[in-house]
Design a protein around this ligand. Structure first.
Ligand code: UDX
Length: 462
């Protein structure tokens, strides 16, 4: 009798929170089909992914095989809020060191090969170089899991094809410049991945048809992505959160939200890669206070390459004198890790002032929360256009062209008021709720994302 596992899945995340979490969510989904799943990374990044995961039953996580592989020691400098652009250059040493996972990953694939009929290696696009040896393992095949919007993936492909004209998507011609989004070093790092992506058997997207059907259809055209298969299975984040699991250790943000009126609170957070300079923090503080809206503000530094390395002089962001006392009862300032998904799912949350990282966008939209968009780097300026102009579930705080200027408190206040209390904002909220419903339906029952996930499972189990 054939004792081999029909298929095992090996997941190779990129070592930054916004990527670690998406691939861990993906593992949980795959594992729920009884398929063995392996998650590959350095000890510190695996620990980070596990410590911060939210929304899943701990039992699901315990079924995943985490492989803590050695990587060379890497520098883990603090973020520099005064750098010329907001791209997290301080994470580059961790990114470079993780390329050294190539050899242990290859050894893992070789060890799994004799006991599995098929190995599906699902890697972040930024880890294609690291996963390249899968091609020499006879029963392995590779898939890219895109942790950014289909809109952004399509934009880059469309640009590389010389910007052909398409009816109905003129918006692509008006997208903000890529200047200020990245560094030359990181662009070189990305370019190094491309040649290995050609070995992939297909593309998985953390998005869904109700949000990005148009762009998924374009991506499916043979002229752009060859005859490779694609599956849009998002949102990968859980959409139903069992808060009762944590009732005795309920986070203070959630307790505070319990006491607020439905839809009355603005959640303010800029992800895990951005540190805001002091002068900008002051303007945000004043803008929030003068908007007279209730708010939760996650005021923490960007992650370091290794989040467990203690910093000698960890700086606490300064607020105007007496600020926390003045806003007491109206605003809550969280300086540590906040349960973002649960906050967005809470009925008292009515808006999100966000940098528009893709996780933040899709988490907010899946919970039906409209967005005040303040892009900082990478894909965020393009996500902003998707959210505000394509989906029409958000307002822009400041244009990308003004990225080098400190945004004054009055501008921030005006964007918040537009989102939270204007008629226009009401329309955005209504559309966000409708879209949120459609997105949640797509991952449930016989929704489009669920069907595509099952199609992916059937494909790798064939
Ligand atoms: C990065 C890039 O910046 C982004 O543009 C890209 O699309 C994905 O990776 P990041 O900047 O950290 O991610 O932002 P985001 O994509 O929003 O991811 C942050 C994640 O951390 C979200 O899942 C969010 O829920 C979570 N988070 C962050 C918390 O749960 N609590 C916190 O306190 C902070």
């Amino acid at each position: 009798m054939d004792q081999k596992a029909p298929v095992v899945v090996v997941v190779v995340p990129f070592p930054a929170q916004g990527h670690l979490n998406q691939l861990l969510h993906f593992c949980c989904l795959i594992s729920s089909y009884g398929i063995p799943v392996h998650y590959v990374g350095s000890a510190t990044h695996n620990r980070q992914a596990k410590d911060r995961v939210h929304g899943w039953d701990p039992l699901t996580i315990s079924n995943i095989h985490f492989h803590d592989f050695p990587i060379p020691p890497f520098l883990t400098p603090p973020p520099n809020p005064h750098a010329p652009n907001r791209f997290p250059v301080h994470l580059q040493p961790a990114f470079d060191a993780s390329s050294q996972l190539r050899d242990p990953l290859a050894a893992l694939l070789r060890s799994l090969s004799p006991t599995s009929r098929r190995i599906a290696v699902v890697h972040d696009p930024l880890m294609a170089f690291t996963a390249q040896d899968a091609v020499s393992v006879t029963n392995a095949e590779t898939y890219t899991l895109h942790g950014v919007s289909a809109f952004v993936v399509f934009y880059h492909i469309w640009k590389s094809f010389g910007k052909p004209t398409f009816p109905g998507i003129a918006i692509l011609n008006d997208l903000p410049s890529l200047a200020g989004c990245s560094t030359d070093q990181f662009l070189g790092f990305i370019a190094r991945q491309y040649e290995y992506m050609k070995f992939d058997s297909g593309h998985i997207y953390n998005t869904c048809r109700p949000m990005e059907g148009v762009f998924l259809d374009l991506l499916a055209q043979e002229q752009f992505t060859g005859n490779k298969k694609q599956w849009a299975i998002g949102p990968l984040n859980p959409i139903v959160l069992d808060t009762s699991l944590d009732s005795d250790r309920r986070h203070k943000c959630l307790e505070w939200l319990d006491k607020q009126a439905p839809g009355s609170v603005l959640y303010v957070a800029f992800g895990t890669t951005v540190s805001i300079p002091d002068d900008q923090i002051m303007e945000i503080a004043i803008g929030l206070e003068s908007s007279k809206q209730r708010f939760i503000w996650v005021l923490r530094e960007a992650d370091k390459g290794d989040i467990y390395v203690e910093e000698e002089e960890a700086g606490k962001a300064k607020l105007p004198n007496g600020y926390e006392e003045r806003v007491e009862g109206v605003g809550l300032i969280e300086r540590d890790w906040a349960p973002q998904l649960e906050i967005l799912a809470h009925p008292s949350t009515g808006g999100f002032l966000s940098h528009c990282g893709w996780n933040s966008c899709i988490e907010s939209i899946s919970m039906g929360v409209p967005i005040a968009a303040w892009p900082m780097h990478s894909d965020q300026p393009r996500n902003t256009i998707l959210v505000t102009e394509v989906l029409k579930v958000g307002v822009v705080v400041r244009e990308w062209a003004q990225r080098d200027e400190v945004v004054p408190s009055a501008t921030i206040e005006s964007a918040i008021s537009k989102l939270m209390v204007s008629e226009e904002g009401e329309g955005m909220r209504r559309r966000a709720e409708e879209l949120g419903c459609a997105v949640r339906e797509s991952v449930s029952g016989d929704g489009a994302s669920r069907i595509e996930l099952e199609s992916f499972i059937a494909h790798i189990s064939r």
